[in-house]
Design a protein around this ligand. Structure first.
Ligand code: PXP
Length: 239
């Protein structure tokens, strides 16, 4: 059965809209873990628009939570990661003006910097991953610079599925990439824009070991409660 990572950034988004301390993403991480999340993703963005440094500190300190820290490829973030020691780090591209992570990393352009950052993280026994587009070239490069895992950006297929458009080519592409990555010895994850329907479809790719889902889970939890939402996702992953 694939693992379910839950991104709690949007709990912080709601908290920050009032500038107070509620709702607390650390509590969200504790509750999500209690109800079956296999890991908790937090993205410390350079503009700190949702998760703050103190959230990272508190969540990483709680050894009952498996933490996946998403961060941009820069040495300030590396310093924060090495200090807080999350279980996993996933390096993502970051643009100031984007609403969310719009695509995978440009690995070729940032090859040397990424390689250096991965070296430090690997040495610190933090599981490393790169957020990539479904591209064989980027997957090959990920292996070359010693990432342990890749996370395939599922934004495009999710949009096609939600719009009831033909997603078969995109699905084939993701499947091919996942197989290629496994053959290179990389662990394969996937995420972005996923909901129940997307998860059902992508669950057919056996090479994918983990999904990371945020916005839909937090949003759906307003109506049905996080316990029920996680249960429903776990039910899909079991099939
Ligand atoms: N995986 C990565 C690497 C991401 O950057 C994000 C968005 O922060 C997600 C997964 C989750 O995406 P969503 O919130 O659309 O489920």
């Amino acid at each position: 059965m694939k693992k379910l990572g839950i991104n709690v950034d949007h709990v912080a988004t709601i908290r920050n809209s009032r500038g107070g301390i509620h709702p607390d993403p650390h509590i969200a991480a504790i509750v999500a873990t209690k109800y079956g999340a296999d890991s908790i993703t937090i993205h410390l963005r350079e503009d700190r628009r949702h998760i703050k440094d103190l959230d990272v500190k508190k969540i990483c300190k709680n050894n009952k939570i498996i933490v996946n820290l998403e961060m941009a490829a820069n040495f300030q973030m590396l310093k924060i990661a090495l200090k807080n020691k999350p279980n996993y780090v996933c390096i993502v591209p970051e643009k100031r003006k984007e609403v969310t992570t719009e695509g995978g990393l440009n690995i070729l352009k940032n090859k040397l910097k990424l390689k250096k950052i991965l070296k430090y993280l690997n040495k610190a026994n933090i599981r490393t991953s790169l957020f990539v587009n479904p591209s064989l070239k980027d997957i090959k490069l990920s292996k070359e610079i010693n990432s342990e895992c890749i996370e395939i950006h599922t934004g495009r297929i999710s949009e096609l599925i939600k719009a009831n458009l033909d997603y078969s080519r995109e699905l084939k592409k993701i499947k091919k990439c996942a197989k290629y990555a496994i053959n290179l010895g990389l662990e394969v994850h996937a995420g972005h824009g996923m909901d129940y329907k997307t998860t059902k479809i992508l669950n057919s790719i056996k090479e994918i070991k983990e999904f990371n889902i945020g916005h839909f889970i937090i949003g759906e939890s307003f109506f049905y409660g996080i316990k029920n939402v996680i249960k429903k996702f776990k039910g899909i992953l079991k099939k």
